[in-house]
Design a protein around this ligand. Structure first.
Ligand SMILES: Cc1cc2nc3c(=O)[nH]c(=O)nc-3n(C[C@H](O)[C@H](O)[C@H](O)COP(=O)(O)OP(=O)(O)OC[C@H]3O[C@@H](n4cnc5c(N)ncnc54)[C@H](O)[C@@H]3O)c2cc1C
Length: 428
């Protein structure tokens, strides 16, 4: 019987818990100060430290407190916009470059984990993306044709008749498999990055919010909860946790809560029937569900947006469980063991952005798909801050849009979620 006695911390923290607060002091002056210690901040730090720049990462909470230790561990090419949409906006060359960055992010994270031997359950398992209506199935099939012209991704269509080899549910009308997508354990990956950043000489100071950022003649002055530090350059790596520290970025990032549960351990026979492969899973709903087996194949981790307003995991746990049971009716009586949430950073054009305003660098806006892309853009923005021209990306060439009357509080979120929910139910 479903109960509410679940933990309200990420399942991942059972194996890689947040580090306890350490006794640290802030340096007086560094070459590069990085605000935020998720994948973006740590990958940036690895680059600047490797390039010989004295590097300080400052984190308001425990290291990796944000989305980087809370996510679903699904690794994809991250770009939501299609080739025709991007071509219409940016022309064929820049559109291809942008999609190329998505592929580059996937290649980068695989190579990085392999080269650095990061112990994080990384596996190239592929993704099954289910069509929640026949129309969506047709669109998936058509879309594959378009993207194949540019990228030789060997994605393939799975008709409904073959679906049982992918997933034990009647809820989809077929789908598409992206064989190169991967999975990992987000908190173990983050723990690995922390070690690599430190080994390269970066200092990580946690439980220390940056309160204010001023420019002066030699760069920046950062006022923090632990005092002041000067930096020649600053990298903002705050994504869905971007706040009033950086009003320009705050006007461009839409923080959206994403909610996720883990089931109790399930019998092997049930896991093998419902999830015959290790693939990561998602679907064509606007309010997408993302789910997967746990790395040990004993549980199902299931995430999505099930509330109009931001709320807490004690409320979303039962709602997510109900959606899980809709896909897999035999899980109606299964208990959940964990329910948690975190903030993703959305943008008005659904693209991620990276850039630099006279020494103030930023990389953010991964729109809920940042495991690979935050790693990659963190690496690239670190290179930029270390004056390495290889750091420039297609995202440096596009504007980072905002909207009139938007200052960081997404007042339009609840009506948008409601509209998407209605569209998803109507199957349009
Ligand atoms: C529930 C959930 C599921 C997700 N699932 C997936 C998935 O399966 N696949 C995928 O690709 N992506 C997923 N994502 C998105 C992905 O996790 C993020 O895109 C990625 O982790 C962003 O990394 P980041 O380093 O940019 O930001 P974060 O990891 O969010 O780090 C930002 C940090 O900045 C700190 N900070 C903010 N302001 C300050 C300040 N003033 N001073 C000091 N520190 C500050 C915050 O405390 C925070 O720790 C998911 C996200 C969530 C929340």
């Amino acid at each position: 019987m479903f109960t509410t006695d679940f933990k309200e911390t990420p399942y991942w923290w059972d194996h890689a818990p947040p580090e306890p607060k350490a006794d640290t002091t802030l340096p007086k002056q560094v070459d590069v100060a990085i605000v935020g210690s998720g994948y973006t901040g740590l990958h940036a730090a690895i680059q600047t430290a490797k390039a010989g720049r004295s590097t300080l990462v400052i984190e308001a909470e425990a290291a990796g407190y944000g989305a980087s230790t809370r996510n679903g561990g699904q690794v994809s090419t991250s770009i939501k916009a299609s080739l025709p949409q991007l071509t219409k906006k940016y022309g064929p060359q820049l559109a291809a470059e942008i999609l190329g960055e998505g592929q580059a992010s996937l290649t980068f994270i695989k190579q990085f984990i392999d080269d650095e031997k990061v112990d994080c359950d990384f596996q190239v398992v592929g993704r099954f993306h289910g069509a929640h209506t026949p129309k969506q199935y047709q669109q998936l099939a058509n879309g594959l044709g378009v993207n194949r012209d540019v990228f030789s991704d060997d994605a393939f269509i799975v008709p409904r008749s073959d679906q049982p080899t992918e997933l034990g549910t009647e809820a989809y009308h077929g789908g598409v498999v992206f064989p190169h997508h991967a999975s990992l354990h987000p908190a173990k990956y983050h723990r690995g990055l922390l070690g690599i950043a430190r080994n390269n000489g970066a200092q990580i100071v946690t439980h220390c919010r940056v309160l204010d950022l001023d420019r002066d003649i030699s760069g920046f002055r950062l006022k923090t909860q632990m005092g002041e530090v000067r930096a020649k350059r600053v990298i903002l790596a705050t994504n869905g946790y971007t706040g009033p520290l950086s009003p320009w970025q705050q006007r461009r990032i839409i923080p959206i809560g994403s909610y996720i549960i883990a089931t109790e351990e399930l019998p092997k026979s049930v896991m093998d029937r419902l999830m015959p492969t290790d693939r990561i899973l998602s679907d064509t709903r606007k309010l997408v569900y993302y789910y997967r087996p746990s790395p040990d194949r004993k549980r199902i981790l299931f995430g999505g947006r099930v509330s109009l307003q931001e709320t807490d995991p004690s409320r979303t746990g039962p709602k997510l469980h109900a959606e899980l049971a809709r896909l897999f009716p035999e899980l109606a009586q299964t208990k959940i063991s964990h329910s948690w949430s975190g903030f993703v950073g959305y943008t008005f054009d659904t693209l991620m952005h990276a850039g630099n305003d006279d020494g103030l660098y930023y990389a953010m806006g991964y729109c809920g798909s940042g495991v690979g892309m935050a790693s990659y853009l963190g690496m690239r923005i670190g290179q930029q801050a270390a004056d390495n021209p290889a750091g420039l990306t297609a995202f440096n060439k596009i504007p980072f849009p905002t909207r009139p009357l938007y200052f960081g509080n997404p007042w339009f979120l609840a009506p948008s979620v409601l509209a998407y929910r209605i569209r998803d139910r109507l199957g349009v």
